[in-house]
Design a protein around this ligand. Structure first.
Ligand code: AP5
Ligand code: ZN
Length: 215
């Protein structure tokens, strides 16, 4: 399986993608998680990326394409395929991905859009808690951890993302509609785009995802 999960901030990409990874034995490449990892390690890239992420902007196409290229060629978990979460976010990123895959005699099989109204995303984003090292995601109300502020698997602390506030969310949403919207048109033209309703419960969204992937 080689698929792309697209959706606005809070649509549920990071919630659903690990289940696809586990079902299809593919790698889950989340560019936001990779960037947050660089921020945590305080690398030069991390320092620059943090400013951009906190302002709700986009990190440069060259950097993002480089990160994906590196993962696809070195990450052994990607040999059966991949699920991309947060990439491609611009048409040039989509074009570069196609080029990269053509060189490997591969192609994207499925693009699934998690469709949800902006108004539902504020509560999802402001209540989100994450386990930074694994990318595992919780929600104070909708998916609380067993112990408050503690990751169920590792017992380590949960944190809130610094871009998860209403002001930055507005900018991330604008960027999604203006810049990532055309990426959906790019895949519609290729005939590999499908859409599911992401406003339902995580379980119902997971059922819909499995259905569209079985088509
Ligand atoms: P990224 O980390 O990709 O953020 P995003 O796209 O804004 O998406 P989110 O992670 O906010 O949402 P999600 O869909 O994963 O939601 P989740 O499942 O966690 O990118 C961050 C930044 O990095 C970007 O702004 C940009 O600056 C930079 N960047 C990354 N990739 C880039 C690229 N390719 N090019 C340039 N820059 C890039 O769910 C959200 C919450 O809701 C959780 O608390 C969850 O528990 C809850 N929830 C999930 N599903 C449901 C449900 N069905 N019902 C109720 N609650 C739910
Ligand atoms: Zn995410």
């Amino acid at each position: 399986l080689r698929m792309i999960l697209v959706g606005p901030p809070g649509a549920g990409k990071g919630t659903q993608a690990p289940q696809i990874r586990d079902k299809f034995f593919v790698c889950h490449l989340a560019t936001g998680d990779m960037l947050r990892d660089e921020v945590a390690k305080q690398t030069q890239l991390g320092k620059e990326a943090k400013k951009i992420m906190d302002s709700g902007g986009l990190v440069s196409d060259d950097i993002m394409v480089g990160m994906i290229k590196n993962q696809l060629s070195t990450n052994k978990e990607c040999k059966n395929g991949f699920i991309l979460d947060g990439f491609p976010r611009t048409v040039p990123q989509a074009e570069k991905l196609d080029q990269m895959l053509t060189e490997r005699k591969e192609k994207v099989d499925n693009v699934v859009e998690l469709k949800i109204d902006d108004s539902l995303l504020i509560s999802r984003i402001t209540g989100r808690l994450i386990h930074l090292p694994s990318g595992r995601t919780y929600h104070r109300e909708f998916n609380p951890p067993k112990k408050p502020m503690t990751d169920d698997v590792s017992g380590e602390p949960l944190t809130q993302r610094s871009d998860d506030n209403v002001e930055t969310l507005r900018k991330r949403l604008a960027s999604y509609h203006n810049t990532t919207g055309p990426v959906l048109d790019y895949y519609k033209k290729q005939g590999i785009w499908q859409q599911i309703d992401a406003a339902q419960s995580p379980k119902v969204v997971w059922d819909s995802l499995q259905k569209v992937l079985a088509k």
